[in-house]
Unconditional design. Structure first.
Length: 254
């Protein structure tokens, strides 16, 4: 299917590895020009070079999304460098580590960057006549992990899903769609599930046994869902939370 993304301009945060990198690659393959950011300069430059080899125009800048002013400046510069914005993918995350400051880290690294990205990107998307924002949630944001394990990451990702849905209804009149993709267990080099496989094999195997399709997901599985929702092919899809989890969530999605 032609997703009709050729010539679109897309911004992706946290694009140096994992899901963010896969999203950037998928959008590049669909013909998008890209603005990408991550904290590490060296890795980001390597990723930018790889994406250019795929034929994409790429603007890359090292940005810590917890820095409000830097994030807003990155959005504005990206629009200038690319000649506008059509797609925004807030992907960067503070992660699920249970540190003493986990609540502040998740607020600053997951929820507030989404808020700031939507606020700063909206004028640029509106200037193009509309566009698409696809946030990255998690199944932990609406399905309590068993055994129950209260944590900041899940709670703040629930807020991400809620905020995206609320903005979808507000921004639709401006021609801007807002949707969320919520991944289940996704394994990739250097990611949480690879680390769990190496250090807590019993946990890895327990989760694997609960995934109906019989294997962990890949970043590319999530990226395909993001690319579709970002595209004009999904023009009538707004305010949804698309779950990409191999069937591990047990709730019925009416």
């Amino acid at each position: 299917m032609d997703l009709q993304l050729q010539g679109k301009r897309a911004l992706v945060t946290g694009a140096s590895r994992g899901i963010g990198l896969a999203v950037a690659a998928a959008l590049a393959d669909e013909g998008c020009a890209l603005a990408i950011c991550a904290r590490g300069v060296e890795t980001l430059e390597k990723v930018a070079a790889q994406l250019r080899e795929r034929g994409a125009e790429v603007f890359a800048q090292a940005v810590d999304v917890t820095d409000h002013d830097a994030l807003v400046a990155f959005v504005d510069r990206s629009a200038r460098e690319l000649g506008g914005l059509d797609v925004v993918v807030p992907n960067a995350s503070a992660g699920a580590a249970k540190t003493p400051d986990q609540w502040q880290r998740s607020l600053d690294g997951d929820l507030l960057p989404l808020v700031r990205l939507i606020e700063s990107a909206t004028p640029h998307l509106e200037q193009q006549g509309g566009g698409s924002i696809v946030s990255i949630g998690t199944t932990n944001g609406f399905d309590t992990v068993r055994p129950a394990s209260p944590n900041a990451y899940s709670a703040l990702k629930a807020a991400v899903i809620h905020h995206a849905s609320a903005q979808a209804h507000v921004l639709a009149k401006k021609g801007i769609r807002v949707n969320t993709v919520s991944p289940g267990p996704i394994e990739f080099p250097g990611g949480d599930w690879e680390k769990i496989r190496e250090s807590r094999r019993e946990v890895y195997d327990e989760i694997l046994a609960r995934i109906p399709v019989g294997h962990y997901g890949r970043p590319e599985d999530v990226a395909a869902a993001v690319a579709y929702l970002a595209s004009p092919r999904a023009a009538f899809t707004n305010g949804v939370n698309l779950v990409v989890d191999g069937g591990i969530v047990t709730r019925v999605q009416f």
